[in-house]
Design a protein around this ligand. Sequence first.
Ligand SMILES: [Zn+2]
Length: 464
Amino acid sequence: MRLFKQWVVGLWLMIGIVSISHATDDKDISVRYDESNQTFHITHCFMFAPDYVESNENQIIELTSNMQWQSKAISFKRGYAELPEGESGCVSYAVGTQINGSRRLKQQHPDNVLVKIDHLLWQTSDHHERSLPKIMIHHSDRTQVSAPWEVISRSEKETVYQMKPTPRYSDGYVALGPMELQTVRLGDAELRLAIMYGSYQQKGELIAEWVKAMAGSVAQVTDGFPLKDIQVLVILIDGQRGAVPWGQVNRAGGAGVLFVVNANKSKEQLFSDWTAAHEFSHLLTPYTPNDRWLSEGFASYHQNISRLRSGLLDEGTAWSKLLAGFERGRKSASQKNAPMLKKSNRRNIMQMYWGGAVIALQSDVALQQATAGRMSLSQALAGLHECCLESGRGWSAEQLFIELDRISETKVFTTIYHQEVLKNTYPEYQSLLESLGIKKNHYGEVSLSDEAPMAKIRKRISKG
Ligand SMILES: [Zn+2]
């Protein structure tokens, strides 16, 4: 759900926090936020300096000032700042916060900041060879910090993280300001929940319950939540649209999920919204930046399967939603389509999302057939917990399908990839649904039949 991303990116604001600091440990990064001029002050120290530091995004160039090496000014041009390679010392710089973004969010959270990691930190040229640094964030005691990195320690005025690997071309966010911090536990997984509550300070318990229900339903798919430690950032607003007008999954610095929630909606409206089940379902697969049909398709499939298995949807409703999605995708694919599913992108949103969801269903069914029910898509995805989800890198669909074939000891995934994803505009689903016993009557209602040849497979998908 990244199409409205511009709306939230770089949202905002300001506040601050202060305390003077300097990084003393080699390789560590120290950050303090200066409230008076809404600026972050960053110091990154090295035992052996890299050749240069570079910007991952252009915006940080405009936001950066006062770059120094060992307290002497250095210049940066076209996104690079040369350092005395191999020397011991510290590079320091100031980074302002972006003032563009949503006016309403700024109004509702005047004391919070939300910054993209690539708008906060310059990256070392040799970061692939260096061990990942710790990052110490200094702040006032009125401020909490939420970041995707692994928490080492928290105190009133200092939050210390161990940075985690970042796949290329991925985003991640750091939030500061008054927030309610909670830990939501699902088995041995910890979801570090931060709620930017604004004027809804009483909603913490409800939001935690909602996050637990939605993440818990995804945990049902693979018998355990896919990741052990993630950032969950919830921004409460007073708005007009649905209960969850925005959600996105982030991968930079570790996995993170961000939701904007309309806090004026009822509990029922919140719990019946699909967004959170969709975003948490993204975490069932690793980051596939160049195969969005896979990540969006598998998330669109599992947003319904997860809610069905956890009882948030009944069987008829879940299959109706899937069928309605498959139809929307086919209709849009028949009008303005990419020549094959693999090539679908943001210009072919419905083809990409729902064509990918049909592929998920096809592989679920084919896998159960090939293994006489010993293996399902859920079980194959559960195998990714061990090998692939925390690899901190991007994957291609082909690489991931080879991995799923290895886990399932079949050729189901690569066969579907070559026969459907690389060949068809939109995969066939009608006869598949019919053999599963899913049919639409004249009134457009979906009915389920237990007499159909593959009704047993449908039941296994429904129950997990
Ligand atoms: Zn999505």
